[in-house]
Design a protein around this ligand. Structure first.
Ligand SMILES: Cc1cc2nc3c(=O)[nH]c(=O)nc-3n(C[C@H](O)[C@H](O)[C@H](O)COP(=O)(O)O)c2cc1C
Length: 239
């Protein structure tokens, strides 16, 4: 293993009930906000869900997410062009039509902020878990969170003190994910070996089975596609 530069990251799904001191939450958020941002625009919003009954309702519409309900802190990370539009119009300029590229840069901005939030939290001895299952509730979330047009929930982040101690989970070999100069297509044998290396990340022992469940025809991602695209239209991210 190479020399460690950051606090080790593991997704934590079981949290102590101990609250995170408000000053620490604010410090983590201030650190998160230092993330770089495209065109200076800060095209994201974080919705801190403090109300426990709202949190439960969100968990429900997302299919039941125990970590979301247990975590002392939970944020919905959103792509947000709404505030930017208000600012541009305030300045007296007409808003341009760029829903796709807008979604692209807002998603990048939001993800960088969320990653920095997680890094800061972990550096402070807290634990985190991103929650992509938020997308399961994409149809209901705009109303539950009172989202204006041009705001789209992307994923959630749980934060709190860890109540479990899982091992570091494996990753693909660097040689598969880092390319030199041009894209290198791996051989089938290399992919098969990498899949075996990834097996310990699963409860069942087969990473390929997990990938099939998510990404093969009829899987979770296909199920999410329709409601997601409908919400893109509804929120103004697709013409
Ligand atoms: C965008 C994103 C969405 C995720 N969604 C969930 C989720 O809905 N539920 C969950 O338990 N973990 C979720 N995770 C955590 C991953 O399962 C976890 O990062 C992966 O298994 C690797 O484990 P590690 O983070 O402990 O290294 C998500 C991670 C990311 C980056």
């Amino acid at each position: 293993m190479s020399e460690r530069l950051l606090a080790p990251h593991r997704s934590i799904r079981q949290f102590k009930s101990q609250p995170v001191p408000e000053a620490l939450v604010q410090a983590v958020l201030a650190e998160a906000q230092r993330a770089p941002t495209d065109a200076t625009a800060q095209m994201y919003s974080l919705i801190r869900v403090i109300d426990r009954s709202l949190r439960q309702r969100i968990s429900q519409v997302c299919g039941g997410v125990p970590a979301m309900e247990a975590a002392p802190e939970f944020f919905v990370v959103c792509a947000d062009l709404y505030r930017l539009r208000r600012l541009v119009e305030l300045e007296g300029s007409p808003w341009a039509e760029f829903p796709h590229i807008g979604l692209h840069f807002a998603t990048v901005d939001a993800t960088l902020v969320a990653q920095r939030l997680m890094d800061a939290a972990e550096a402070a001895g807290l634990a985190v878990c991103p929650i992509g299952a938020v997308v399961n509730g994409i149809t209901e979330l705009p109303q539950l969170l009172n989202l204006p047009p041009l705001v789209l929930p992307l994923f959630g982040v749980c934060v709190g003190y860890p109540d479990e101690d899982p091992p570091l989970r494996p990753r693909l070999p660097l040689s598969l994910v880092v390319h030199e100069n041009t894209y290198r297509q791996p051989a089938a044998a290399e992919l098969s070996a990498a899949a075996v290396h990834m097996n310990p990340i699963t409860r069942t022992g087969s990473w390929l089975v997990v990938l099939r469940r998510y990404f093969a025809a009829g899987g979770t991602m296909e199920e999410r596609e329709g409601p997601f695209v409908r919400t893109l239209h509804q929120q103004g991210f697709a013409p």
